[in-house]
Design a protein around this ligand. Structure first.
Ligand code: FE
Ligand code: FE
Ligand code: FE
Length: 183
């Protein structure tokens, strides 16, 4: 008999898969709750640091969306009859630090700073897309379709924001290319 088999059969106080899945879901929900709250402090700084008005507006608009996203998470906690609690997300703390480094390292008023901020912004959105994509899937598996629908709205917003940042990066690159041909 293998070691794993012994361990498995020997564990009599094992939680059901259903319970463990719900605990995992709640843990991930607390993580993204912390991450979104952290972002409401970072996005205004990223907006202020942006060179182009378009990028400044994009971060500002996403701040407004993020505030609604926080309310959605609180709604999900309510459906689960739980008090909304945040648990520090190390990844989001790191991603925000990287954005701060871009602001410190790239000179004010340059398109290079915007390019750096777009990269930082997209890394944040990709983390969120992974988090919400997983939460939606977990909610469906748990049979919590109302929760899945609520979080799917946020997932869609994160995807749209990522797409918008891609478009801003492309138009930014075009500007630089134009400048080069003029010189
Ligand atoms: Fe978000
Ligand atoms: Fe996290
Ligand atoms: Fe986002």
């Amino acid at each position: 008999m293998s070691k794993t088999a012994t361990k498995r059969s020997g564990n009599t106080a094992q939680k059901s898969d259903e319970t463990m899945l719900k605990e995992l879901f709640i843990d991930e929900l607390k993580d993204i709750y912390w991450a979104e709250k952290h972002l409401t402090k970072a996005l205004p700084k990223m907006s202020k640091a942006a060179t182009s008005q378009e990028l400044a507006n994009a971060f500002q608009e996403h701040l407004a969306q993020t505030e609604v996203q926080i309310e959605r998470i609180e709604q999900v906690f309510e459906i689960l009859e739980m008090t909304a609690r945040a648990k520090k997300c190390e990844a989001m703390e790191g991603l925000v630090k990287e954005a701060q480094n871009v602001i410190e390292e790239q000179p004010k008023g340059t398109m290079v700073r915007d390019a750096g901020l777009i990269i930082s912004g997209q890394k944040v959105e990709h983390y969120e897309i992974a988090a919400y994509g997983s939460l939606v899937q977990l909610a469906k598996t748990m049979g919590e379709n109302e929760i899945a629908d609520i979080l799917a709205q946020t997932l869609e917003e994160e995807k749209q924001t990522d797409q918008l940042l891609t478009e801003l990066a492309v138009s930014g690159i075009n500007i630089s290319a134009d400048n080069e041909t003029e010189e």
